[in-house]
Ligand binder design. Sequence first.
Ligand code: SF4
Length: 466
Amino acid sequence: MGGYFGVVSREDCVSDLFYGTDYHSHLGTRRGGLAVHNGGGCTRFIHDITNAQFRSKFEQDVLKLKGRMGIGVISDTEDQPLIIGSHLGNYAIVTVGRIANAAELVKKAYGLRSAHFSEMSGQEVNPTELVALYINQGSTFAEGIEIAQEAIAGSCSLLLLTDKGIYAARDKLGRTPIVLGQKEGAYAASMESCAFPNLGYETLRDLGPGEVVRLTAEGVETMTLPRSRCQICAFLWVYYGYPASTYEGINTEDARYRSGAALARRDPTPVDVVAGIPDSGTGHAIGYAMEKGVPFRRPFVKYTPTWSRSFMPQDQLTRDLVARMKIIPIKELIQNQRLLFCEDSIVRGTQLKDTVQRLYDYGAKEVHMRPACPPLIFGCKFLNFSRSKSELDLAGRRAIKEMEGQDGPPPPAYADPESDQHQAMVERIRHRLGLTTLQYQRLADLVGAIGLPKDQLCTYCWDGKE
Ligand code: SF4
């Protein structure tokens, strides 16, 4: 994934930029970057944040930065922000999304003959540089952004830091959010609205799909009107959105309570304790416990002093080890209990299987699992969303492959919770994980818990519908 924050102020903006960008640290684990316009041009810093938090990497740089406009990014992929010289003027750019047709766009760009790329990583073109190249084809920034958006398959939301303010552009189907905030003498654009309250900003509004605005210290100017069709990612409310953030007017934590309550309403299973797999299962579990009138407890606690962020080592073995080290079981709360856990989703299921075994080792009588979304059976094509990147690793796809005897697009019946195929798939996953019962959220209930009409949400992960 990734996240961005931009601010334009009558005063120095660096402190707001630093903390505002830091509030996106849960969205990426590879690179952090800041660019500040100081009147004469842009100054930029980029750091590897694989093994250290954004704040600790940038606290010295921030002392050297000064300016009234800036953009920042947490990136799960490439180095950003990039500083680009073009006929439109010099500017800095950050992007979040996934350019599914990057190879084709690179080929077309080489067809222009004069195009070149300077941010190569191995054989790979930096996707943000590719977007900039298409923006540079416009006669204005707004026109260039339009050209880039039309060319991109997938999605791309971006911020541009220019001499004349910050351009904020949401991807054309609104898969990722951009929220505008305001305080006396300053405007900000953010992926996460949770960046606003502690910096003194009030939320102004969400950008619409494909909308482009220009922020100056004086206000917000619409450069391109929003499109009518929206496909915002439903996974924001299930897993990766921050609980204190609100998108399209719907708060994440609140939606998770409704999601947990919906799970509880369909579930007659008698249990002693409801718990969440920390942290993203917690909101769903609170909603479940409140609806069912069963005590909410924490038989697993997260070791927050050193595992406070989602640290993502490159190799799977270390990742599994880190996942295990992060959460500590409490034997006294597990022994002889019928435990029901809410989890945001089951991806591969490998770590969950280990967790379930640990619960039995500590004396759990029963372990019931309630994922807050339906089985994942399609990998995300629209965002760089690491959880479901490799489609065939998904627990649901593995089960389907075993039943169908081959890979390939899953027959639609697997997405229908009433079908025999769906139930057989769930039973296989339950058996593999060693669970007493496994009951997934239904898509209609998840959509109801979020509260937007289904046709305004992307639900491709679960039903394969675009
Ligand atoms: S496919 Fe899934 S993760 Fe990707 S945008 Fe759609 S709902 Fe979100």
